[in-house]
Design a protein around this ligand. Structure first.
Ligand code: AGP
Length: 617
């Protein structure tokens, strides 16, 4: 899950813009980085282990000459440890071709052995260096035509790739190709550029086109010629991206994660409010949704699939659906679905949820469902992503770019979209009346102002007190019931991801069946005990923890002295209808994990071993 950026311009120096773009992609991988240029018939490369800042420092001391063509890469190691020699870009041993690559070449060992047989020498452990040598080995028989050499090489390559290549003999063009890894093209004025996603190119242009799977393209300063998998030229419409470069920046916050946590009240408005039709007590999605009442009545169940944080949204998608539409929902981990017995699709609508729209497991699950004749509704935050383009039906969350690796506002946007979906299905199937629909809509509208309380000084102090309990420990438990079981899972995941404290989320009823054995005065519990049908049960669970000297951090409704009287620290939240409590309760848990990670000096935005979008299985 690396990040790629490249550009070729008519004149001037594109290296600074390419490095600037690379920095917006650092969340995709940050163990090493590099850049290459082509000038005077030669390829020059700078690569360093560590963050892009290390590379920038190196460029400061040992700069590259100005160049109107450059390709750069930030890495998440798959083959070969994070070392300078394994960092990208990679050249062939005769330095005729240079490549940056995102993905995994599964048959790289065989290809490498063959090329070594033919006299190629290798200086890294990577699959990508094999690609550079394979392409170079085919240049001559293709009269030095890089695009032709790449088209000859790719049929021999098994695996996923988004690649950008340049040849030493041509500083006026780049060749790109993609298969199961994302790649977009930016059309600027006298510059054409490409990257793993749009925010990286917002400094150069806001006019984009997306390369589809199996396609290649030749980029020159004033053109982008796309070729389909049969090497036929094709024309493609340019899309305008309304994101601004500022949106992809921290905006004065110390971390993207904190900025994105505080954007959530706006995310609610952006994702939901334009879709509310109060008069009809109903919801209207944009045309890409494409499911009318009749279509929504055909399905006998909805199956929600995703990974990671999006999987926790899927769990709530099921609960909202069953609550508002009385329709059964299934929740399936996308990577498990791929290897489960191949049952007939029947009349299920599959809802694939993904912030990035590029998660390999979720995309493969989508294609698997479609190959079995099933229909897929994609809930996604990135227009133009693979999920947005390949799903049969789409609902976009309008969260803006999410840069922090630990997902926060995208999760919130997904919950809002799933709430609306369930409402729409309930209305379409006549389960929800206009009045009931109206009530659910106004609950959502009234939620926004209530969220402000979560960003008050009092709330911040409560988070500090709760962090005093969690920061010193090695392990803890998050408990919730009903609508808040998924929030307990999400709270635990957030803490794990950025503080590296072991945390597990559990349905509280399960505690007595095992996890309670862990509890003592060094093993705290975070319990979500807000009003609803499970409130009393949660209070009993808190008492069971206290009976075993476990410290309790509770999430409770403002003024709830019963729970706060039992807890060592209480995160008070505004009281809302039970079905909206997940959207409120998740925020103090996000703030808590952020505070603990910050105290422990962790890299909040780029936690170790993680990447924002997992584009390999
Ligand atoms: C969440 O904080 C993580 N970054 C990760 O679990 C993420 O949710 C998962 O990889 C799914 O990503 P997606 O929503 O882009 O598909």
């Amino acid at each position: 899950m690396c990040g790629i950026v490249a550009a070729v311009g008519r004149e001037g120096n594109v290296v600074p813009s390419v490095i600037q773009g690379l920095k917006t992609l650092e969340y995709r991988g940050y163990d090493s980085a590099g850049v290459a240029i082509v000038s005077d018939g030669a390829i020059q490369v700078r690569r360093r282990t560590g963050k892009i800042a290390v590379l920038e420092e190196d460029l400061g001391q040992n700069g590259l000459p100005e160049s109107s063509i450059a390709l750069a890469h930030t890495r998440w190691a798959t083959h070969g440890a994070p070392e300078d020699r394994n960092a990208h870009p990679h050249r062939d041993h005769l330095e005729k071709v240079v490549v940056v690559h995102n993905g995994i070449i599964e048959n790289y060992a065989e290809l490498r052995a063959e090329l070594q047989e033919a006299g190629h020498e290798f200086s890294s452990d990577t699959d990508t260096e094999v690609l550079a040598n394979l392409v170079a080995s085919l240049l001559e028989e293709n009269s030095g035509d890089l695009h032709a050499a790449i088209c000859a090489a790719l049929p021999r390559v098994h695996g996923a790739y988004a690649l950008v290549a340049a040849s030493a003999s041509d500083s006026d063009s780049l060749v790109i190709a993609r298969h199961d890894s994302p790649l977009v093209v930016g059309i600027g004025d006298g510059v054409t550029c490409t990257a793993s996603d749009m925010p990286a190119l917002l400094g150069l242009t806001r006019e984009f086109l997306v390369l589809e799977n199996g396609e290649t393209a030749i980029l020159t300063p004033d053109s982008c010629q796309i070729y389909d998998p049969n090497n036929q030229t094709i024309e493609r419409a340019v899309q305008h991206c309304d994101w601004t470069p500022e949106q992809a920046e921290k905006g004065g916050y110390p971390h993207f994660m904190l900025k994105e946590i505080e954007e959530q009240p706006d995310v609610l408005a952006r994702t939901a409010f334009d879709r509310l039709h109060d008069a009809e007590g109903d919801v209207e999605f944009e045309s890409e949704f494409g499911l009318d009442d009749q279509a929504l009545c055909v399905f006998s169940r909805l199956r929600f699939m995703a990974m990671g944080t999006s999987f926790h949204s899927a769990m709530l998608g099921k609960l909202f659906l069953e609550e508002f539409a009385q329709l059964p929902g299934d929740v399936v981990n996308a990577s498990e679905f791929l290897y489960s017995p191949k049952l007939k699709e029947g009349d299920a609508l599959t809802v694939i949820i993904s912030q990035s729209g590029e998660t390999a497991d979720s995309l493969r699950a989508m294609r698997e469902v479609q190959s079995r004749g099933g229909k897929v509704l994609g809930i996604c935050n990135v227009r133009g992503s693979t999920l947005d383009r390949e799903a049969d039906h789409v609902v976009l969350t309008h969260c803006g770019p999410e840069v922090g690796v630990a997902s926060t506002k995208a999760f919130f946007g997904q919950l809002a979209a799933l709430y609306l979906l369930a409402l729409r299905v309930g209305r379409a199937r006549g389960v929800l009346s206009q009045e009931q629909g109206f009530e659910l809509l106004s609950d959502l509208r009234h939620l926004r102002p209530k969220l402000d309380a979560l960003f008050s000084e009092a709330a911040a102090q409560a988070v500090q007190k709760a962090a005093d309990i969690l920061a010193p420990v090695d392990s803890c438990l998050f408990l919730g019931r009903g609508f808040n079981h998924p929030i307990a899972m999400e709270g635990a995941l957030k803490l794990k991801e950025i503080s590296y404290i072991h945390a597990e989320g559990y349905p509280a009823g399960e505690m007595k069946h095992g996890p309670i054995a862990l509890i003592d005065d060094s093993f705290p519990v975070v319990a979500i005990a807000t009003p609803g049908r499970t409130y009393e049960k949660m209070v009993s669970n808190i008492e069971e923890v206290r009976a075993r000297s476990g410290a309790v951090v509770a999430v409770a409704a403002e003024g709830d002295e019963k729970v706060s009287g039992l807890a060592d620290a209480t995160l008070f939240v505004p009281e809302v209808p039970e079905h909206l409590s997940p959207l409120v309760n998740v925020i103090p848990l996000q703030q808590l994990s952020y505070e603990v990670a910050k105290r422990l000096g962790k890299d909040v935005d780029q936690p170790r071993n993680l990447a924002k979008s997992v584009t390999v299985e």
